[in-house]
Design a protein around this ligand. Structure first.
Ligand SMILES: [Zn+2]
Length: 481
């Protein structure tokens, strides 16, 4: 496919001008716009108008009833688009809702000693797009030994070619038929490729495989205009993974997805939701705050609480909730509460708080959301403030953790220095008096457990026993998977 060759150059990095030219002989008109996306006239000329009704059809099958409304659609959706999707005959070249979650591929054993490297680069690159939007790639390794363009047991094949550096790699668009759906890597892709990794090059190629065009074809000022057969999904992004740096691009390191790439992929394929669970018990006047969830504007932030007693659920965007300020507080007389909210534009954090009411409440939160930038991995915290009565114990949560990271619990007393709560932390199961991975057992209310999560462990339990009654703050810092 010569339309979007990823052209390597003598230096291994400088992309040849030929790689930016259009491969189908289309010559851009000299008056083609320099701004973002299509001009109104170009757009208007492309839109189909039903001869009988005069209705305009956009996005394949969406009717727009008048020219005034069409102009409005253009201003809102076309003029200031971003990442761009390839168009064939005015239709988006994209995978269907069924296909997008089953993009199977094989990696040819003809790569020889490079086979493992390609498999790893594919895994890294597919993970980046899968974290961005609702698409799923699947390596069918059983087909690796029969991995050619005719193998129809996979959606596409990944094979080596030798084009002597004409391009590093090249892919295909979703509109292509099976024999044309190959992702080919030239010898030159294996280095040296400057700041680009094989995974970076693969991220760019998989962008094409998902239907994305070169970002630099949006405007003539890049010097790399190709054609106008595309539809904008976001505003112009000079740093896009789909933008050649040599075409006035600004991404100088490896080829990685930008926030606009993520937004554009979501605009085409939808959000990918992740689920996180948190639990514990907060007796009155106890309260727990969780670190903000990174959330994508326009997605749904859904927190479902179950449990016993009467804990209350508070959710707020952009700042921690207080007892007086929140965006959602169901305030039911039980633990069954739910907040389902659409994240407002311009907002990318959501905060959750659970104060306990009455005695003996236990809560479990099931939180479903779309991380703003795709991945959830990162530091998280929980801040508890509550009372532990003498002779009782309280659970300060169960946490999903990542092996090799630190898990730190800092307990401080809010009452007398003679208060004596005891902290217990255990991996894999709730601690008991006899079984734990950390128990400082210090006289007084200040105790710390600072642990490295061992290999094979994915959950940590925190419990405090009241040797005497004590009002305490418990700060927990950890890394979520
Ligand atoms: Zn390309």
């Amino acid at each position: 496919m010569s339309r979007s060759p990823f052209v390597g150059a003598l230096s291994g990095l400088v992309l040849l001008a030929a790689g930016c030219g259009d491969g189908n002989g289309f010559t851009p008109a000299p008056e083609a716009p320099l701004g973002q996306g299509l001009s109104w006239e170009e757009f208007r000329a492309q839109v189909y108008q039903e001869p009988d009704t005069g209705i305009f059809i956009v996005d394949g099958d969406v009717p727009v009833l008048s020219e005034a409304l069409l102009r409005e659609f253009y201003e809102n959706s076309v003029r200031s688009g971003q990442l761009i999707v390839h168009n064939v005959g005015g239709q988006d070249a994209k995978w269907s809702d069924t296909q997008k979650r089953s993009l199977t591929y094989c990696v040819s054993t003809a790569f020889g000693t490079r086979h493992a490297r390609v498999v790893e680069a594919m895994a890294t690159a597919t993970a980046a797009w899968e974290a961005a939007a609702d698409v799923k790639f699947l390596h069918v390794s059983a087909e690796d030994s029969a991995c050619d363009a005719l193998n129809d047991r996979v959606v596409f094949d990944v094979r080596p070619v030798n084009v002597f550096g004409q391009y590093l790699a090249r892919a295909f668009f979703p509109s292509h038929a099976r024999p044309d759906r190959s992702l080919l890597f030239d010898n030159s892709a294996f280095g040296p490729t400057g700041t680009w990794t094989l995974a970076g090059i693969t991220r760019h190629e998989l962008g094409h495989a998902l239907g994305f065009r070169h970002e630099h074809t949006r405007t003539q000022v890049t010097g790399c205009f190709e054609d106008n057969n595309w539809r904008a999904l976001t505003t112009y992004d000079a740093a896009s993974v789909m933008h050649y740096p040599s075409c006035s691009g600004t991404q100088t390191g490896d080829l990685v997805l930008t926030q606009k790439d993520i937004d554009g992929a979501r605009a085409l394929y939808g959000f990918v939701y992740v689920t996180e669970t948190l639990s514990g018990s907060t007796w009155e006047p106890g309260i727990v705050h969780y670190s903000p969830f990174s959330v994508a504007p326009g997605s749904t932030f859904d927190v479902e609480m179950t449990g016993t007693g009467d804990p209350d659920l508070y959710v707020r965007f952009g700042a921690s909730p207080t007892l007086e300020a929140w965006d959602c507080r169901p305030y039911e007389y039980s633990a069954q509460e739910r907040c389902t909210l659409v994240v407002p534009a311009g907002v990318n954090t959501a905060y959750v708080m659970v104060p306990g009411y009455g005695a003996d409440p236990f809560f479990h939160l099931n939180i479903r959301y779309v991380p703003f930038s795709g991945f959830t991995t990162g530091p998280r915290w929980a801040q508890w403030s509550t009372y532990v009565a003498q002779g009782t114990y309280r659970d300060f949560g169960t946490y999903d953790v990542k092996p090799g990271t630190q898990f730190r619990v800092d307990m401080r007393g809010l009452g007398e220095e003679t208060d004596d709560p005891d902290l217990y932390v255990r991996f894999g199961a709730p601690p008991t008096f006899d079984t734990y991975d950390c128990r400082p057992y210090i006289v007084g209310p200040h105790e710390v457990c600072d642990l490295t999560v061992p290999a094979g462990q994915s959950k940590v339990y925190v419990r405090v026993h009241g040797y005497t009654g004590a009002m305490i703050d418990v700060d927990i810092d950890y890394t979520a998977p």
